[in-house]
Design a protein around this ligand. Structure first.
Ligand code: PLP
Length: 403
């Protein structure tokens, strides 16, 4: 009996899911594993946000919410975008969904025709490719190498756009590389897109608040006001407010696009949890001290990891400008042999070796369409990260490298 529809066939089990499963199994066998695979803040949701959810439930906000989001939450998003991003939207140009993930899915479901091309900057968040494949579109990976700070250039974009291009997906700053774009970079990309009015722009800004070295965040639509009417700005509360489990994300864009996405959402889930939306509105409207404190902690951890990787012969890491990951280069380890005589042919093998030998779970770069790298998350206490770096250093030193 075949259960899964053929549209699911192109979607392979994700490497990050494999890593997390392997780490769990090793832990269950009693192994001492430090799991740096997960992309979620290790902090608790701030108390005033939890309290807002509690109060909403006590007030009886427990019925079906409007499909596109409660008015309170959509207004909070409108106010946030104006206050923090200098972007003016109306409440009917905003949709609230079950995480940014559902915003992304709604957008692709609402707009993609068979074989439409979606440009994405490799390394990229794995869901980008999978949703496009499920919906019959063509993901087009544009390789953004470390030597260019993992950024897409305007020349690359110009060369990649075709008549079939429906979307370009940007992620500012990016998972997994922490790539950051200056205003000039964004405007150079915008200048190319001006020439191609059939292309929609998705700017995933979920890591906006996790930005280092005193950088200020610039939203794509704010850098390119003339493209705002074909840009979908995607964001959410998961990363900035340590709210991954509340599942609230939002999108802001042209009204007809938001209406089409709302149609999709009405068939999937009738909207996002009412109580979680009250919590998310409190997060956006309330004090922002926790956001700044989280960012500071992530920056300290980034500094520690960059410093420690610099001391490990065979690994490289330029300081990521934002987000809470380190995409560590391991080109020098490819072809090396372990003490057990196993050759490390690719970054998946390096990651498996680090899990087995060092007891540190990381995700191979191949999961993000750029090799040879592995990604660690810095969503762990600084002493735990230090311990993980010690262990990786010992394991790497044990490898016999090619001359
Ligand atoms: C780039 C990027 N976009 C979107 C998401 C999804 O976030 P949410 O928890 O809001 O669904 C993630 C989560 O890892 C991400 O890394």
């Amino acid at each position: 009996m075949k259960f899964a529809a053929s549209r699911l066939e192109p979607v392979k089990p994700s490497a990050s899911a494999w890593v997390s499963q392997a780490a769990k199994e090793a832990k269950a066998r009693g192994a001492d594993v430090i799991d740096l695979g997960l992309g979620e803040p290790d902090f608790d949701t701030p108390a005033h946000i939890v309290e807002a959810a509690h109060q909403a439930a006590l007030r009886g906000e427990t019925r079906y919410p409007p499909t596109n989001g409660t008015l309170e939450m959509r207004q909070a998003v409108v106010d946030k975008l104006q206050r923090e991003n200098n972007l003016i939207y109306a409440v009917d140009e905003v949709i609230v969904s079950n995480g940014a993930k559902q915003v992304l899915f709604n957008a692709m479901m609402a707009t993609l025709e068979q074989n439409d091309e979606v440009l994405m900057c490799a390394p990229y968040f794995g869901q980008y490719k999978d949703i496009v494949l499920i919906l019959g579109g063509q993901p087009v990976a544009l390789e953004c190498p470390a030597k260019n700070g993992f950024r897409l250039t305007s020349d690359q974009l110009e060369a990649a756009v075709t008549d079939k291009t429906r979307w370009i997906m940007l992620n500012l700053p990016s998972n997994p590389a922490g790539a950051v774009y200056s205003d000039d970079d964004l405007q150079a990309l915008g200048a190319v897109l001006e020439k191609h009015p059939h292309v929609l722009i998705l700017s995933d800004e979920i890591y906006e608040h996790i930005l280092f070295d005193g950088r200020n965040f610039q939203s794509f639509a704010a850098a390119n006001p003339s493209l705002k009417d074909r840009t979908l700005t995607v964001n959410g509360v998961s990363k900035a407010y340590a709210m991954t489990g509340w599942r609230i994300g939002y999108g802001a864009g042209p009204k007809p696009l938001i209406a089409a996405m709302t149609k999709v959402q009405s068939q999937i889930c009738s909207g996002a949890c009412s109580v979680a939306q009250a919590a998310a509105a409190a997060a956006l409207n309330g004090p922002q001290d926790a956001v700044r404190a989280f960012c500071k902690a992530f920056e300290k951890r980034r500094d520690l990891v960059v410093d420690r990787i610099a001391g490990i012969d065979g690994l490289t890491l330029d300081p990521p400008g934002g987000a809470f990951y380190g995409l560590i280069g391991c080109a020098d380890l490819i072809g090396a042999t372990t003490e057990g005589g196993e050759t490390l042919h690719d970054d998946a093998a390096v990651t498996a070796y680090i899990l087995k030998d060092a007891g540190v779970a990381a995700v191979p770069g191949s999961a993000y369409q750029l090799s040879p790298f592995f990604r660690i998350s810095t969503a762990a206490a600084i002493d735990v990260l230090g311990q993980a770096m010690d262990r990786i250093a010992v394991s790497v030193a044990k490898l016999k490298r090619k001359a």
